[in-house]
Design a protein around this ligand. Sequence first.
Ligand code: HEC
Length: 284
Amino acid sequence: MRIHSALPFLAAVLALVAPAVAAPAAEKPDPAADAKAFQDFFRKKFPQVKFEDFVNGPYSMNEDMRKQWEEKEQFPPYEFALEAGKEMFEKPFKNGRSYADCFANGGIGIRQTYPYFDDKEGKVVTLELALNRCREANDEAPYSYVKDEMAALTAYMASTSRGKPFDIKIPDDPRALEAFEKGKEYFYTRRGQLNFSCASCHVQNPGERIRAEILAPALGILNAMPIYRSEWSGMGTISRRFTTCNSQIRGVPLEPQSEEYRDLEYYLSYVSNGLPISGPGARP
Ligand code: HEC
């Protein structure tokens, strides 16, 4: 991949930058304080970016890209997936039931509440996981987490939540707090041959270029998912983006929807509470 050639340079730059928001180990986890510190960090670092604009990823960081994007949005490249997703969502399963039966409010306008902590199971449940569980409960084969069907379904569900702020809850349950803490730890832990953490790129270097790409800020980084990317010539789910970013640092990606990735999604979504869902999105 062409991105690799720029990475050794970026690694050298990063070595000079002190970790910016990696909070000191607190005695008791305090997600609300973490989210506030996280959001304050980005507001201070980018005072010219309007808060709601962080959901637009690289476009919030770069005026030229933003112009190209605004033109593109008149004929959005995700339109096809969105229509397919709506059709899929509305088509009953072979047993006559449908996705609507599996979700609150028939699945409409609820994306901003995912992932949530399931207290019966004691684990984080993402929208992608809930969709496959719904399929399996209705005797349908699960979809791949990184392919078009899942992207289309989540694109449609996101579109019904556009403008609704992320509203992720962390119940006062030690298991939920642990999931949040684990997600945070995953986000700040360096790994892969290049020894990068997610934060190395998306907290310390948003707005910087890696070859043709402008790094998105970690604040609001999931609000536009799933996304159409020209480089993929298609749509990508959150799972696809997580595994791709792990591979970029020559690390070994985890299984999509593994507990670690779900905790990571829980952390990243929670610290973006208050920012509106903007998905599906389009990227160059
Ligand atoms: C080597 C730098 C690098 C690292 C490390 C990295 N990413 Fe990325 N990430 C990118 C690039 C490049 C893109 C595509 C451009 C962009 O949107 O930022 C991207 C895009 C994303 C996006 C989509 C953002 C958008 O608005 O299009 C998400 C979500 C994401 N990364 C999450 C993660 C997570 C989670 C980790 C840690 C597991 C991680 N990244 C680690 C470079 C990195």
